[in-house]
Write a protein of this length. Structure first.
Length: 271
């Protein structure tokens, strides 16, 4: 009987130990929303070349919308080209299952194909007291092969109400390129702000803020950017359902008035 008791005790202690270790894993951190990296440019897809505007220039018929689309297109081009790979890799993480690595550290590992090129992605999330530290490592394969590269990193609040990303340009130029600050209200992202942070570039400190409101024109951009001549400010507001809106810029339009377009993108008198 004396020999049996220690054996039972060992079994019970071992069971408790392993059960405790399992509980210590906790739950993986919740991924920030895909919208935390994405400004909605769908209302301003223009055929004209982004950024080529002369201060004071005005056109005809749809020039108000066209001006807004051209300025917004400067930022859309950055996301669709330089940052296409890291943004697409992050968007793919939502369909993956994370693996527990160590205390409060989780990892998502997967492959993603972008423009017929395959990349390996490794996203880590380290849970801290009030936020989560994120790091995305990407490895190129095939003709575009490159060693594992920390393409972006950032933080998000544990309650999911906001965060920040720092994206680096590319494996050949691993410099901080874009800072993204985002907030979330309820179930939707409230604001997303892109700030260009590449040191030594004339475009440095340019930014665009996108947000949603309860106004009739329920979406807006606040833009401050270098237009190859000087820094200019542009304000744009529109309705995400009817697509009408207005734009304001002293440098480009010559005064502080709003210039409007209707649901067909045609210039109209502001009411």
């Amino acid at each position: 009987m004396k020999k049996i008791f220690p054996l039972v005790l060992i079994v019970l202690l071992s069971t408790g130990f392993f059960t405790g270790c399992k509980k210590d894993k906790g739950q993986p951190p919740v991924l920030p929303p895909q919208e935390s990296m994405a400004i909605d440019f769908s209302n301003f897809v223009s055929a004209s070349k982004s950024g080529e505007l002369i201060p004071g220039q005005k056109g005809t018929q749809n020039s108000n919308w066209q001006f807004a689309a051209t300025v917004a297109g400067v930022w859309r081009l950055i996301i669709n080209t330089t940052l296409a790979v890291p943004v697409a890799a992050f968007n793919a993480a939502i369909n993956q299952t994370p693996v527990f690595v160590s205390t409060k550290l989780w990892q998502w590992s997967y492959t993603v194909t972008i423009a017929n090129t395959t990349y390996k992605a490794r996203l880590t999330g380290q849970i801290e007291s009030t936020d989560v530290q994120w790091k995305m490592y990407i490895t190129g394969e095939g003709a575009n092969a490159f060693a594992e590269f920390l393409w972006f990193e950032g933080t998000s609040k544990t309650d999911g109400t906001g965060g920040q990303w720092i994206l680096y340009q590319d494996p050949l130029s691993p410099v901080a390129f874009l800072q993204i600050d985002w907030t979330k209200t309820g179930t939707t992202v409230g604001t997303v702000k892109y700030t260009y942070v590449k040191t030594g570039d004339a475009f440095n400190s340019s930014y665009i803020t996108y947000g949603l409101t309860s106004n009739v024109l329920n979406a807006y951009y606040t833009i401050h950017y270098y237009n190859s001549v000087k820094f200019s400010d542009v304000n744009i507001e529109w309705n995400t359902t009817t697509h009408d809106g207005h734009v304001k810029s002293v440098d480009y339009l010559g005064d502080s008035n709003w210039y409007c377009w209707d649901s067909n993108k045609v210039n109209t008198i502001c009411q």
